[in-house]
Ligand binder design. Structure first.
Ligand SMILES: [Zn+2]
Length: 105
C-alpha cells in the first residue's frame, strides 16, 4: 500500500503529469523517469553479498525518452512502455512521488 495514491496521470509532450491523493500535483520529465528506471537491467540486481549486477549497458537516444504507453500495475504502480522497446521498469507510486518531489524542490 502506497503512502499516497495516484489519482490521475497524463502524458503531455515530454512530461508525465501526476495528481496525488494528498492534493499535490507534479510534472515529471520523462527523461528523469527513464534515468531512474528501477528495473534490473537499468538499476542492477544485488546478490546476497551486496554485489550489484547490471545488464549490458543500454544505448539511450532520443526515443529512449519517449513513451508509447503507460500501463497501471495493480493499484500501486505504473509501467511505462518506452519507444525504444524497454518496458521492464515498474514505477511504484512511492517511487514516482519521491522522484517528483526531488525534481520540484
Ligand atoms: Zn529499465
Amino acid at each position: 500500500m502506497a503512502k499516497v495514491e495516484l489519482i490521475h496521470h497524463e502524458l503531455v509532450n515530454d512530461l508525465l503529469l501526476l495528481q496525488w491523493s494528498d492534493g499535490s500535483e507534479h510534472a515529471l520529465p520523462l527523461a528523469s523517469l527513464r534515468d531512474n528506471c528501477p528495473c534490473a537491467a537499468c538499476a542492477g540486481e544485488k546478490d546476497v553479498f551486496g554485489n550489484v549486477y547490471k545488464g549490458p549497458a543500454q544505448v539511450l537516444n532520443e526515443i529512449s525518452y519517449e513513451i508509447t504507453g503507460l500501463q497501471p500495475v495493480g493499484y500501486y504502480a505504473l509501467r511505462p512502455f518506452w519507444k525504444d522497446g524497454h518496458n521492464t521498469g515498474i514505477f511504484s507510486y512511492d517511487l514516482l512521488f519521491s522522484l517528483a518531489n526531488q525534481k520540484s524542490s
